[in-house]
Write a protein that binds this ligand. Structure first.
Ligand SMILES: *[C@@H]1O[C@H](CO)[C@@H](O)[C@H](O)[C@H]1NC(C)=O
Ligand SMILES: *[C@@H]1O[C@H](CO)[C@@H](O)[C@H](O)[C@H]1NC(C)=O
Ligand SMILES: *[C@@H]1O[C@H](CO)[C@@H](O)[C@H](O)[C@H]1NC(C)=O
Ligand SMILES: *[C@@H]1O[C@H](CO)[C@@H](O)[C@H](O)[C@H]1NC(C)=O
Ligand SMILES: *[C@@H]1O[C@H](CO)[C@@H](O)[C@H](O)[C@H]1NC(C)=O
Length: 397
């Protein structure tokens, strides 16, 4: 046994030597300075994506699915400060990031009872979950997390076995999108805070039902699965933001990798680990040879812009998968792929002149919204950078 562990440690050390260097941009002092400049111009609004020519943020009201990401970005810089310290060289000394995160996120609390984002309350909970990791005894933040979880639980249908993603005009149509896997986290956090196992069981039911119906035999995913509430049967499988009903939208695949790695972390259910591996394997095996994540894996090459957000989401998901993975060779495979993907997207999309950190995001290609920065792409770029440091795979600059 000891021999086995020793051999594994040597193997990991050896393979780690083959690690590519992490792109220096991931820790650039331009990151805090751009983020602070954005924070200073918000006026209680929230950045979602930029225009495609100047890289200027387009601002939205709090009641938007992406509003949690910017306050969570500020908390991510607080995490980076904890990891690396705040100096003028790393640029982290220009603000009190946690305080700015609290102020910027204040407008989201009211959405626990009424909102138009539906299942995406899970994303809105991120800054409050972050607040709790800094200050576990903050009862206000806990109440808001529990409020979002109760709201999401209210969208659960036991006949279908899932929480409803999007509302539809016919209430017997029950639409679930693969992105919804990411929103289960708020149920798990709230179950941990309150001891309410109903919340956990809803998350598990959603993950199990999605595992059955959303994933193709080759490990790829449909974006949208529609059920009927009368019997719980699947009535349609299609795309909304991808190229076609039979194609694979890369951001959806990235949410799925991350979502199942996350559910494995919370539950230890081996089926979630097997599923996360299948999803990740499809992603990596289908990635083009230039290593740039396209908006849709099956769109024709001449009509296939990159999606920098799918790149940073999958990289962060792969790092979580690497952390929870039981197989040592897989651990090295996932973290190596994460670094390669981050490096490749940096070399394509790092744009100092834009307000966002990265360009080359695809918000919604069928709606002609692409070649933009995205607030979620930038958020996961910073989180991935933090994770690399805390996993010992990169050093603070
Ligand atoms: C507790 O969290 C809430 C919500 O995030 C925040 O508004 C408040 O400032 C926090 N309290 C303290 C003492 O940090
Ligand atoms: C647990 O959560 C469910 C879903 O929100 C709710 O219906 C139930 O009342 C909660 N149970 C307790 C004991 O609070
Ligand atoms: C992983 O699960 C544990 C509970 O088992 C939880 O405390 C932790 O926050 C989770 N990690 C992430 C990244 O969600
Ligand atoms: C980009 O991706 C390719 C293929 O995965 C990899 O061989 C290459 O090292 C990556 N480039 C960088 C700069 O990491
Ligand atoms: C990246 O963005 C630039 C600038 O908008 C654009 O010219 C280029 O085609 C994009 N590349 C990809 C692969 O999407």
């Amino acid at each position: 046994m000891r021999f086995l562990i020793l051999t594994s440690a040597i193997l990991v050390a050896h393979l780690a030597l083959a690690l590519p260097d992490v792109a220096t941009e991931l820790y650039s002092s331009l990151i805090p300075s751009k983020v602070l400049a954005t924070a200073n111009k918000l006026n209680n609004k929230f950045p979602q994506y930029t225009d495609s020519t100047a890289g200027a943020w387009q601002l939205f009201s709090a009641d938007t699915w992406t509003s949690g990401f910017f306050p969570a970005t500020l908390y991510a810089l607080e995490t980076r400060k904890t990891l690396c310290g705040a100096t003028s060289a790393n640029g982290l000394n220009v603000a009190d990031w946690a305080d700015l995160g609290r102020k910027t996120g204040a407008g989201l609390a009211a959405l626990t009872t009424s909102n138009s984002v539906g299942h995406d309350v899970g994303f809105l909970s991120f800054p409050y979950v972050d607040e709790l990791s800094i200050n576990p005894s903050n009862a206000t933040a806990a109440a808001i997390v529990n409020g979002f979880a109760t709201y999401l639980a209210g969208r659960f249908n036991p006949t279908v076995g899932c929480t409803r993603s999007w509302d539809s005009s016919d209430p017997t149509d029950f639409v679930v999108i693969i992105d919804n896997m990411m929103n289960l986290n708020v149920l798990m956090v709230s179950a941990q805070l309150t001891g309410n196992s109903t919340l956990k069981n809803i998350a598990i039911s959603h993950a199990d039902t999605t595992m059955k119906n959303h994933i193709r035999d080759d490990g790829s995913t449909w974006h949208v699965v529609q059920y009927t509430t009368t019997t719980g049967a699947v009535t349609d499988k299609r795309t909304s933001q991808g190229y076609s009903d039979s194609s694979t939208w890369s951001r959806g695949q990235a949410w799925a990798v991350y979502g199942y790695a996350n559910m494995y972390n919370w539950t230890g259910d081996y089926n979630y680990l097997l599923t996360a591996r299948r999803l990740a394997t499809y992603f990596l095996n289908t990635l083009p040879s230039d290593g740039i994540v396209p908006w849709d894996f099956n769109a024709p090459v001449e009509n296939r812009p990159a999606d920098s957000s799918a790149a940073t989401i999958v990289a962060t998901g792969l790092l979580l998968l690497s952390k929870v993975e039981t197989d040592i060779l897989n651990r090295v495979k996932w973290w190596t792929a994460a670094i390669n993907i981050l490096n490749n997207i940096t070399s394509l999309a790092w744009d100092p002149s834009w307000e966002s950190l990265l360009a080359n995001g695809t918000v919604n290609k069928p709606a002609n919204n692409y070649l933009t920065g995205t607030v979620y792409g930038d958020y996961y770029y910073i989180v991935a950078g933090n994770e690399l440091i805390s996993m010992g795979l990169a050093k603070c600059p």
